[in-house]
Design a protein around this ligand. Structure first.
Ligand code: ADP
Ligand code: ASP
Ligand code: MG
Length: 408
């Protein structure tokens, strides 16, 4: 007997028929003698529908109330799945975030999980019941409802898996694994049988939304194996695991594109010690993550400072730097929403020279201009115009021959 956490995404629970199919899968696992915790997302489209209603009433809705609003999506799907499981003879109890004692920090809309009462969940499992936990939500220390950011049910699942010491955490979704790139953009993308936590972390943070980045961080921290697989078939999916467990270390494992990025430039900033810190400190205080940063060569004691942030944070970031522009004596702020970041990722890049150069050549041959570059040991990212993003993904995917079976 093992303890399995299965997470089902929005498309997988998008209708009553799909919920019936999911219930059958859960029942199969349960009847094989395993203990099962199911984590569910809201039904497909529901989170967007709720967010849009809130935003229709207010251009800057109170974040606390937005969390109360969007958390309701997962409440509905958890209850529906529990009703159906009981209907087919599987004793099941649904739990909302606070009932599973998922305690988070107080950062509404992108809260981080602090603790989960694993032993309490285990003791319910010991009674032979299946648990269906509403994903994406928790409560802060004062009982306020919080949510974990878009795609946050992945993180709920991994955190619960770690808390109950599950044997495996299965992420059941509408694709049958992690692909070399988004299969909806590149038709010859290939399923990757095994990928390291580190590579997956990069792919997630670079735009592959198949796993929320925090879920990968947590899985890596707890060494929790993830199995990303289809909700609709029993085929083996992708195992996300330690690098030592990979059969081979490919140079480029995958390509990702992030179209939700915005470029901000502070123009003609005085170039002396402390100025850059005074720009980024208030952004950090506002919980805004800054991604690429470029500071131009100084001309007559002035320099341009360009950086990128996620679209979600862009309005707040722009307001902060506009305010700052006057106090640090810069000329002004320019904003460009028309940018996307394309990236290649692979642990094998550590030991191979020339991979970045090849990426730049492939983009150049496709007449795609590079506006900024950032690198780490295992990835290279280029900022380009949004309209070229999908084409760049295909060009890089083909150029690095990712569509070919690896043993060919
Ligand atoms: P869920 O609702 O199950 O959480 P998501 O829509 O969040 O599912 O994530 C699955 C989607 O992620 C896929 O349908 C696919 O379009 C997209 N995706 C992006 N990059 C990748 C990738 N490298 N491999 C697999 N899927 C990817
Ligand atoms: N329902 C939330 C969202 O759409 C959380 C999730 O699906 O993981 O972002
Ligand atoms: Mg998701």
């Amino acid at each position: 007997m093992s303890l399995v956490v299965q997470k089902y995404g929005g498309t997988s629970v998008g209708s009553l028929d799909r919920i019936r199919v999911v219930a059958e899968r859960v029942a199969d696992t349960y009847r094989q003698g395993h203990q099962v915790v199911v984590v569910v997302s809201a039904m497909a489209g529901e989170t967007d529908r709720l967010l849009n209603m809130g935003r229709e009433l207010s251009p800057r809705p109170v974040e606390r109330e937005m969390d109360v609003l969007v958390a309701s999506g997962e409440q509905v799907s958890a209850a529906l799945l529990a009703i159906q499981l009981n209907e087919i003879g599987v004793p099941t109890r649904s739990l909302l975030g606070h009932q599973a004692r998922i305690v988070t920090d107080a950062v509404h809309q992108k809260a981080r999980i602090r603790t989960i009462d694993g032993p309490a969940l285990r003791s319910v499992l010991e009674t032979g019941q299946v648990l269906v936990v509403a994903g994406f939500q928790g409560t802060d220390a004062y009982g306020n409802i919080t949510t974990l950011g878009r795609g946050g049910s992945d993180t709920s699942a991994v955190a619960i898996a770690a808390a109950v010491k599950a044997d495996v955490c299965e992420i059941c979704t509408d694709v049958d694994g992690v692909y070399t790139t988004d299969p909806s953009i590149c038709p010859n993308a290939r399923k990757i049988p095994r990928i390291s936590y580190e590579e997956m972390l990069e792919l997630s943070s670079l735009g592959a939304k198949v796993l929320q980045i925090r879920s990968v961080e947590l899985a890596m921290k707890h060494r929790m194996p993830l199995h990303v697989r289809s909700s609709f078939s029993n085929a083996e999916g992708t195992i996300v695991t330690d690098e030592e467990h990979l059969l081979e270390k490919v140079v480029v494992a995958g390509v990702a594109a992030d179209k939700k990025t915005v470029k901000l430039t502070l123009r003609a900033l005085p170039d002396h010690p402390g100025v850059v810190a005074s720009v980024f400190e208030p952004l950090a205080e506002a919980n805004i993550s800054v991604d690429m940063i470029i500071q131009n060569v100084s001309k007559q004691g002035h320099t341009d400072l360009t950086f990128t942030v996620s679209r979600e944070d862009a309005d707040r970031a722009e307001a902060i730097v506009e305010n700052l522009a006057t106090s640090v004596d810069a000329q002004g702020v320019t904003r460009d929403d028309d940018v996307a970041k394309v990236s290649i990722v692979g642990v094998g890049m550590r030991n191979h020279a020339g991979i970045a150069a090849r990426m730049f050549r492939l983009l150049a041959d496709a007449d795609i201009n590079i506006e900024a570059i950032s690198t780490s040991e295992i990835k290279t990212s280029c900022l380009i115009e949004t309209e070229h993003a999908d084409r760049a993904v295909v060009v890089l995917h083909d150029g690095f021959e990712l569509g070919k079976p690896r043993d060919a």
